[in-house]
Design a protein around this ligand. Structure first.
Ligand SMILES: [Zn+2]
Length: 153
């Protein structure tokens, strides 16, 4: 078994992969209400419009949650590794799944992350995430996460 590679020719996702090839994070935006959405479905969940366009967004987000994969399932992806769900800064309603390249000991809900564009084949460049700041204590979350973390002691 080799590393799973996304189908970059899938017409619904092709503009996304064209963006990652240029180190851009692109999302579908509704042409009527302007809301971004992920994955790139043909209809807007907010206003039901079928008109949309692809736009580059800031390649930054915050860690919503994560898990550590402890069992290796393919030789090309050594375990352990972190899989996270990231709220993008363009609209926190949009959450993307990706590997978080970070020591699990340093992970904090709400920590600032930056997209990292990792080539995994001749054609495919994945979006993974890395800490936006090198010092773990410097990236504690702001509201609404800070209030929740205060209660954890
Ligand atoms: Zn809309």
């Amino acid at each position: 078994m080799t590393r799973p590679i996304p189908d970059i020719d899938d017409p619904d996702f092709a503009p996304f992969w064209e963006g990652t090839a240029q180190s851009e994070l692109r999302l579908v935006h509704c042409a009527d209400c302007d809301k971004p959405r992920w994955p790139p479905r043909p209809i807007c969940g907010w206003c039901r419009s079928l008109d949309f366009e692809w736009r580059a967004i800031s390649p930054e987000g915050r860690l919503y949650t994560w898990t550590v994969a402890e069992h290796q399932t393919t030789p090309d992806i050594p375990a352990p590794y972190v899989v996270g769900i990231v709220e993008v800064h363009a609209d926190p309603v949009v959450r993307m799944l990706g590997q978080v390249v970070c020591d699990p000991e340093h992970l904090r809900i709400g920590m600032q992350l930056t997209a990292q564009f990792d080539r995994v084949s001749d054609e495919a460049i994945l979006v993974n995430w890395t800490s936006a700041t090198p010092v773990p204590g410097d990236n504690l979350p702001s509201a609404p996460y800070a209030e929740a973390l205060d209660g954890l002691g």
